[in-house]
Design a protein around this ligand. Sequence first.
Ligand SMILES: [Fe+2]
Length: 390
Amino acid sequence: MSRIRNTEFSAKTTLFTGSGSINFLAEELKKDDYNNLLIITDKGIKNSGILEKVESILKSIDLETLVYDDVKPNPSVSATNEAYEKYKHKNIKGILAVGGGSVMDAAKAVAVLLTNGGSIADYFGVDQYGNEPIPLFAVPTTVGTGSEAGRASVITEDTSNLKTKKLVIGKSLFPKAAFLDGELLIGMPGSLVASTGMDALTHAIESYLSRKGSVVTDALNIHAVKVIGESILQASANTDNEEAMNNMIQASTATGIGMSNGGLGLVHAISHAIGAQYDAPHGIVNAILLPYVLEFNWIANPHKFADIAQALRVNTWGMPIEKAAKAAVERVKELTTEIGIPEKLSEIGIDKSNIDVLTDIAFNDDLYMMANPRKATKDDIYKILEKAIG
Ligand SMILES: [Fe+2]
């Protein structure tokens, strides 16, 4: 596998890590005038008690806040624009995202719109907006998105005939600070740790294999593979396990920085196509696709696959490199089963009726396709989907 000749790396989010790190939120927000702070979240977080905890911290510094708690999974252009319209005349000076990937995506999009106006669809691509977005702070409440330390917002284009996921990427779209508090996550559903944690594992593996990667992104991604491999089963089995939850959230953010710079690959090209068409849960779709894509990809870089096997504690001592590479694919398959993820996409309601459309969308997803270690034709993608749907 040849890497792209040169790349750029930036990480601009201050990270507060460990149990109780949410308490640093007040200090951070006192550093500037963030009045009329807009908290962006969803109903699940509101009902879980996490929002209440965050609000009580904000009360201690007398900050005026507004709450938008209506983010839905896979946020769309129209939903994002609607949220912006609601707050565009409210003199918002800061945004606090409290939630998982969808909340982070929506918050970043609203941050761009509040200073640039128009529709979020105007800013699809890299650095397409002129004005700095509203300063953003992030409290992740799942263990998979990585978006709390990244510069991309994923939005579903629902205003054209063919629904697709698009990215708004910007150098100034990094949150200013993120609070990775494992204690805050205690008690979340184990199934959510499983699905979002598998999204993080997918980020780490895809980005480690990416052609856009560097030694710097490799360091973040391969260690994230190791930590997630060691913690995901324990964390999903018992979300009161504070150490495992802290490991998961920190590894998820580490690979968030890794993938934000190193890119992703074919799993995400296909899963974004599926997510836009079926509104399916991102982490579960990735987890189902991952072994099928790895089976296709391994011949492009067996050495890196052998590294992944070792990071997942497979004993590869004395194995020929090809065997060690295939052992990585097998271990990922086992992990997916152990954690309770379905084996086939048909088990979550995705059938073969749309397979041509999904193949086309994934194939045209240049950003992910160019980073994938093995060049994939349309026919390759079709065959992967055929197997994965089952
Ligand atoms: Fe993802």
